[in-house]
Design a protein around this ligand. Structure first.
Ligand code: TYD
Length: 135
């Protein structure tokens, strides 16, 4: 099930030093095999993603700036998550259609996943996704 994770923040706003989240990564519900990040002002106004994955699960969070993640199920029900701060992450299991958009210029969208990159496990047509879910 798609869900928000809150990574712990070890320094409060009252502390005179910056925030740190470390052990929060224990909350990631898989062993991390790959990390990538989507960044650059060219993404402003673009929609990234638009795919589902047969094997990969993801945890996404903005380490800088903001973005939104929309997940769509096979009945075209949509849920939008706003990623506005480094502690707010969304977990996306395999076989969920996802789109990332509304990137701010300073957006750095960090993505953690349980699989190495394999283009063969990406489903890039929505109708193929619907059919694959039914299988
Ligand atoms: P793509 O998955 O299409 O990006 P997005 O879904 O975020 O819009 O990937 C863009 C390009 O980067 C594509 O040529 C594949 C390559 N790529 C890798 O080689 N390894 C990776 O781990 C990822 C995520 C992408």
């Amino acid at each position: 099930e798609v869900k928000m994770l809150t990574l712990p923040d070890f320094n409060s706003d009252e502390d005179s030093i910056g925030h740190i989240t470390v052990e929060g990564f224990k909350d990631v519900p898989f062993e991390i095999k790959r990390i990538f990040y989507i960044f650059g002002k060219e993404n402003v106004g673009l929609v990234r993603g638009r795919h589902a994955n047969r094997k990969s699960e993801f945890v996404l969070f903005n380490i800088s700036g903001k973005s939104k993640v929309k997940v769509i199920d096979e009945y075209r029900n949509e849920t939008v998550f706003e990623l506005n701060k480094p502690q707010d992450a969304v977990y996306i299991p395999k076989m969920v259609w996802k789109e990332m958009y509304d990137f701010t210029e300073d957006s750095i969208l960090m993505v953690l996943t349980n699989e190495y990159y394999d283009p063969a496990e990406y489903i890039r047509e929505f109708d193929d996704f619907v059919n694959a879910v039914k299988e």
